[in-house]
Design a protein around this ligand. Sequence first.
Ligand SMILES: CC(C)=CCC/C(C)=C/CC/C(C)=C/COP(=O)(O)OP(=O)(O)O
Ligand SMILES: [Zn+2]
Length: 413
Amino acid sequence: MDAFKFRCLKPNFESERSNDDNFPTATSLEQGCVEDSVGQMYTAFKNRLELDSDLLDELVLDRKMHVAFLKKGLIHLSQSYECLDASRPWLCYWILHSLDLLDEPLTDGDISEISNFLANCQCPDGGFGGGPGQVAHLAPTYAAVNALCILGTEEAYKVINRDKLYSYLLRMRTLEGAFKMHDGGEVDIRGAYCAASVARLTNIMTPALFDGTPEWIVMCQTYEGGFGGCPGMEAHGGYSFCGLAALILLEHAKLCNIQALQRWTVNKQMSYEGGFQGRSNKLVDGCYSFWQGGAFPLIHMVLAMEVDKALSAERWLFNQEALQEYILICCQAPGGGLLDKPGKTRDFYHTCYCLSGLSVAQHFAGGKIGDTFVVGHQKNLLKPTHPVFNIGVDASVHATLYFSALPVPGTSQ
Ligand SMILES: CC(C)=CCC/C(C)=C/CC/C(C)=C/COP(=O)(O)OP(=O)(O)O
Ligand SMILES: [Zn+2]
């Protein structure tokens, strides 16, 4: 057995624990508790391996259980999901994207039924609401468009009223080029990303729609290097992903300080836990496997355009093995589904973003095509995700091809 195949078995692993015992704060105490529970998961895994070294492949992604959890969610949700009644297109997206990463096909009947449901969430004046009859909102609009592109049939694509979507996006635009999340709603960097993502996928992007948007987005980059939700706010992984992905979609990534963003993002991977935190001095969480981990392919793309000679041709600039260990050992719920950290309950959001982050950590697409790094069983390998849209690469290519044949609203193209 190669005892050091896993990072958590390294002799210096324990020494990577934080040591704030002298001046405990609420935050450092919480951090200590998380390290205890993560350490217990790693120790339990190590002990199982010591009993039977042939169990190296025991580090498995429990595909069968995850698929069962996800498929059940397509049909029935427990009462605890009532609070997500205004996020139903999100539930479709989280479940469909997770199943797609796991390479689990849907029946034609399921595809039609979900397409119909999303059609019922579309608003008469364009965009999608959080459920049938709800007001249009940019976040469920992003989720619905992604979900329909994952479904990938002509029936699904045709649900999207592109002319109305275009006028809805124009209505959400502020004078300076930022986007509000809904009529009378808050303006933040999610709006810019959601608008740019759906506009790019469905081929309704025009210069008028995004005039001033890149300049507004870079105002959200903070002294730490990450992006906040709007100018002056704290840097956070969710917002940083939105900022960089939107700048790439708008072909203006050069406007931001990519070195500062890289330094900040690299330092959000926790040395002991292996997963990512969302912001400085906060706790590890499985969903940041994508919001932070997913930024590395984007950063790589931007640095590669600048002909950075020091750029690795083999690895993303984070510890891909450590992240996979965190997800596989600490984030899998025994009955299927993935979660934030040990002790938390599973949900579809964390299932989607843990799997998305796992996929990023398994696939390196910055050098020769198709380099994979799979920790544990080879069958853990997921399909690759498109780092800008976070839908499968195949689904994004198929959708882009379909919509590029249609005219851009308000132009002769
Ligand atoms: C496309 C789209 C809509 C993207 C959303 C991006 C995203 C996840 C933003 C995070 C927002 C935020 C400030 C969370 C902090 O939560 P917290 O204080 O509970 O968590 P923390 O302690 O980990 O920061
Ligand atoms: Zn989370």
